[in-house]
Design a protein around this ligand. Structure first.
Ligand code: DX5
Ligand code: ZN
Length: 216
């Protein structure tokens, strides 16, 4: 099965957002990955609701919104209204994660849970059957363009087993430092979705980079 490719808009040229979204529309990308950072959960601040609405206005692909914010449960409806199709919250940021997941689904979105590099895959066991996606961080969240953490391969293999054990249908998404070299071993280990920011947007031809990732 071909991988799902989700270019991260964080690495795009914000002064030409419509053009960048059009590039993704015209590419073989499947989703648009949208990184929201609050300056509290992560050291960086990215963008918020008005920018997501602007992206949604032009996007022809589903918005895969990755919340790197504390207490994400406070904003579920807001992100639905802004245009999120899939909403991921961090396991480290939501005290009542099970309830948060139910709220995301009740709002009509697919539900994802993101885990930091230090978080054990086993911590997902009691929610895996309820979710559509695990966003596995392969860098420490907060910035694009960081180096891929090699331990991710082992975690993907472990998560694949746990997904089978719990009869979950969750997809495994890899987020951070994805490139031409690690994409294939990640897919071989069991990943389904590849997020790519700098690898796509620092290229002079993002569409062909997306195509290459799709055909790996
Ligand atoms: C990091 C974000 C990532 C980031 C990926 O906190 O969650 O989605 O945009 O960017 P690259 O592919 O450049 O590592
Ligand atoms: Zn992300």
């Amino acid at each position: 099965m071909k991988p799902i490719i989700a270019p991260s808009i964080l690495a795009a040229d914000f002064a030409n957002l419509q053009r960048e979204v059009t590039t993704i529309n015209e590419s073989q990308a499947d989703w648009i990955h949208v990184d929201v950072m609050d300056g509290v959960f992560v050291p960086n601040i990215s963008f918020g609701i008005p920018v997501i609405k602007a992206i949604k206005k032009h996007a022809k692909k589903p918005l895969d919104v990755h919340l790197m914010i504390v207490q994400p449960e406070r904003y579920i409806e807001t992100f639905r209204e802004a245009g999120a199709d899939l909403l991921s919250v961090h396991i480290e940021a939501s005290t009542h994660l099970h309830r948060t997941i139910q709220q995301i689904k009740a709002a009509g979105m697919k539900a994802g849970v993101a885990i930091n590099p230090h978080t054990a895959v086993s911590q997902l066991s009691d929610v895996l059957a309820d979710i559509d996606l695990v966003c596995m961080m392969s860098v420490n969240p907060g910035f694009g363009g960081q180096k891929f953490i090699e331990n991710t391969y082992r975690k993907v293999a472990e998560l694949k087993e746990l997904i089978a054990e719990t009869k979950s249908s969750a997809l495994i998404e890899i987020d951070g430092g994805v490139n031409q070299e690690n994409a294939k071993p990640l897919l071989d280990a069991g990943a389904h979705v590849l997020v790519a920011g700098n690898f796509v947007f620092s290229s002079s031809d993002p569409k062909s980079v997306i195509q290459k990732l799709k055909e790996i």
